[in-house]
Each structure stands twice: as structure tokens, then as C-alpha cells.
Design a protein around this ligand. Structure first.
Ligand code: BYC
Length: 336
């Protein structure tokens, strides 16, 4: 059911139905490396794929505020608290850019949120794991934001203009996030034996779930994954497995620099491949978490739905304010 293809298929390999949907102007823009903009003609499948991915991405950003927000009141110093608050606010901002970018495809963000709340749309599996200690905030920054950067930098070259532009700013902020996580773990790893053990435990628990963030393994054109089509449309630039390998190659030396180990005895440099070998990821856990059976799925959704319900009066007030002031602003502009 899940899977991805390694290489973008040639036009001849794409399904006849999908190719028939593509206008010559759409294909010309893609082939010349240009950007599709909201008013350009685009196949319905392209539009739906983008809505699915961008909404899932936006949902991940706002659900991702929960595990980190859990530590704002318990951060070990005022400086750490201020940094964490800024990071959690950044995640809300990323959600806003992404919902706004998705709206350029003709959807309404209230509707996207409804689809998150009733389970029709997904969010990243990683946010269904608990943050048990302060070191988990470091592991999220270093590993989860690190994985997000590897996944998202290529999205800055995505064929859909509003998504690509939103990702430029998101990626800049993510790289600060990754450094703050590294800094937390570095401090703990240089601290007391108990602090170092806490850092190691967080890395042990977050390593495999971070690898699962990249999605299921690349397993061929007929397996139902989205990668082949998304690559043909210039939405994804690399397969899930390619990005996962890139992340592993980047992270192993960083773990050495931290003086921490990664929980995979098979991690060894393969000179011939030019990559680190590793134990294959067990995707059974990913599919369980995606299906709603992760350690925190219920808690995350209950919290989100509750916050949305409790915030209804704020949305109502903002709408009433906008309605009251919209005519006056227009009149003011006209008079000036
Ligand atoms: N979790 O064919 P595939 C962040 C689903 S935010 C859940 O590879 P696709 C951060 C997938 O949706 C991080 N579901 O699909 C925030 C599909 O199911 P449907 C979020 C997953 O879309 C706050 C099926 O499995 N980043 O970093 O081509 C604080 C088959 O997969 C997952 C993004 O969203 C998963 N891990 O590729 C800190 C980046 N993996 O929809 C940090 C943008 C797969 O057919 N998104 N599925 O029912 C993407 O790049 C792609 O959507 C994915 C999946 C690589 C995630």
C-alpha cells in the first residue's frame, strides 16, 4: 500500500490518465524549471497532491508545538525558556505560512483544520512521541529539526511557487532550531554523568522515529506511494530513502562531536557506496503511529481539538472586528 519510486519516471511511464490531464503550458513550465503560480493552469491531481502535502505539513507544525510546549514551564533557565518560547512561536508561524500557501490552491484553512480534527488529514508521525525529559527538547531540535531541514531544503525548489517561497523562510528558522537542539545536548553531554545519560536516553528514543519522518521505504511504482508522481511534477525532488540516507550521513559525525552514540550497531561507513550502512528501518512502527496507535496520538488530537474549541471566541471576535473595520478602512483609503 505504501511506497515510493527511486527515480522520476519519464513522461512515457506516467499513467496515461495523469499525462492527459497536463496541458502543454504546464509541462513547459515544469520542463524549463519554472514555477507554477496560483492562477496558472494545473492538473487537478497536482493541485490535490499539493493540498494534501502542504496541509499535512502545516498540521505537523502546529501539532509539533505540543511536545515542545510541554517543557516551556520547566526549562532549566530563563535563557533556555526564552529560546524555547521563541521556537514554539516559530512553529506557529510556519503553520501560518503553510496554511496561507495552501489557501492559494482554493481551499479554506478552516476546512483543512476540520479535516485534521476528524482524522481525514494526517500530521507527522514524530509528534506522537512523548517528551519525557528536558533532553528530549534537545533531541527534537537536533534530530527532528535536522531531519526536517534535509526533507525541506529541496522543497525550496518545489515547482509550486507559494510552497517553495514559504519553505525558504521556514528552512532558515529550522536551522536555528537545529542548532539550539545541538547546543542543549552538547551542554548536557559535557555535564554530570546523569545529564549525559539523560542526553543519551533522549537520542536513543528519538533516533528511529526521526528516520521514520522521511516516510516509508522506496518500493516501486506499483506500491501506491506518492513519490514517483510527486517527483514527475517537481513537488518532491528526492525519494524518501535518498533523503533518509542524506540525514544519516550528516548526523553520524555530529553524534561523534557530541560524544553520544546512535542506537544502531550497524552504522558503518561504506567506502564503496560513499554512505553509512545502517540497519533497515522497521516501518511497522511508522504504520502503527500513522494509523493512530502511537504513544501520544490520542492526547495530541484531544489537546488540539480542545484548543480549537476554546479558541472559537477569539476567531469570532477577530472576524467581528474585521467586519466592523473593513468598510471604514476602505472609505479612509478612498478619502486620502
Ligand atoms: N508521518 O508516498 P509517501 C517539523 C504518509 S514538521 C505521517 O512517501 P508523500 C517540525 C503520507 O502522507 C515535519 N504520515 O507520501 C514541526 C502518505 O499517506 P496519504 C513535517 C506519513 O506525501 C514542529 C503515505 O504515508 N514535514 O519538522 O509523498 C517542530 C505514503 O507516503 C509520514 C513535512 O510535512 C510520516 N512521517 O511523502 C519541529 C514535509 N510519512 O497522504 C519540527 C513535507 C509518510 O496517502 N512533506 N506518511 O494518506 C513531505 O515531504 C512528504 O509529505 C512526506 C511523505 C515525505 C512526509
Amino acid at each position: 500500500m505504501y511506497g515510493n519510486d527511486f527515480a522520476p519516471p519519464a513522461a512515457g511511464e506516467r499513467t496515461a490518465a495523469v499525462v492527459a490531464e497536463e496541458s502543454a503550458s504546464f509541462r513547459d513550465v515544469l520542463d524549463s524549471g519554472g514555477r507554477i503560480e496560483p492562477r496558472d493552469e494545473m492538473p487537478e491531481g497536482y493541485r490535490r497532491t499539493l493540498i494534501r502535502q502542504m496541509a499535512q505539513h502545516a498540521h505537523s507544525e502546529i501539532i509539533g508545538m505540543q511536545p515542545e510546549g510541554n517543557w516551556i514551564s520547566r526549562a532549566p533557565s530563563l535563557r533556555r525558556k526564552a529560546i524555547l518560547m521563541a521556537k514554539v512561536q516559530d512553529e506557529a508561524g510556519h503553520g501560518l505560512y503553510l496554511y496561507a500557501a495552501a489557501e492559494t490552491l482554493g481551499v479554506d484553512r478552516a476546512d483543512l483544520l476540520d479535516q485534521l480534527h476528524d482524522g481525514r488529514q494526517k500530521y507527522s508521525s514524530i509528534f506522537n512521541y512523548p517528551t519525557l525529559t528536558w533532553a528530549d527538547v534537545g533531541a527534537i531540535g537536533w534530530l527532528v529539526d535536522g531531519a526536517a531541514i534535509v526533507n525541506q531544503v529541496p522543497l525550496c525548489r518545489c515547482s509550486y511557487g507559494p510552497y517553495a517561497r514559504a519553505m525558504v523562510r521556514v528552512c532558515k528558522e529550522e536551522s536555528f532550531h537545529q542548532r539550539q537542539g545541538f547546543d542543549i545536548l552538547h551542554t548536557l553531554a559535557q555535564g554530570t554523568p546523569a545529564q549525559k545519560a539523560m542526553a543519551q536516553d533522549a537520542v536513543d528514543r528519538y533516533w528511529w522515529p526521526s528516520l521514520m519522518m522521511f516516510g516509508p521505504a522506496d518500493s516501486g511504482a506499483d506500491s501506491g506511494g506518492h513519490t514517483a508522481q510527486s517527483m514527475a511534477w517537481g513537488i518532491k525532488r528526492f525519494s524518501n530513502d535518498e533523503l533518509r540516507q542524506k540525514f544519516i550521513d550528516m548526523t553520524v559525525p555530529q553524534a561523534d562531536a557530541l560524544g553520544l552514540t546512535l542506537p544502531d550497531p550497524a552504522l558503518t561507513w561504506n567506502e564503496e557506496r560513499g554512505h553509512f550502512d545502517h540497519t533497515p528501518v522497521d516501518f511497522t512502527e511508522l504504520f502503527e503511529v500513522i494509523a493512530g496507535r502511537g504513544p501520544c496520538n490520542e492526547q495530541r488530537m484531544a489537546h488540539r481539538v480542545g484548543a480549537h474549541r476554546d479558541g472559537a471566541w477569539v476567531r469570532d471576535a477577530a472576524e467581528a472586528y474585521a467586519a466592523k473595520h473593513a468598510p471604514r478602512a476602505t472609505a479612509g483609503e478612498g478619502a486620502a
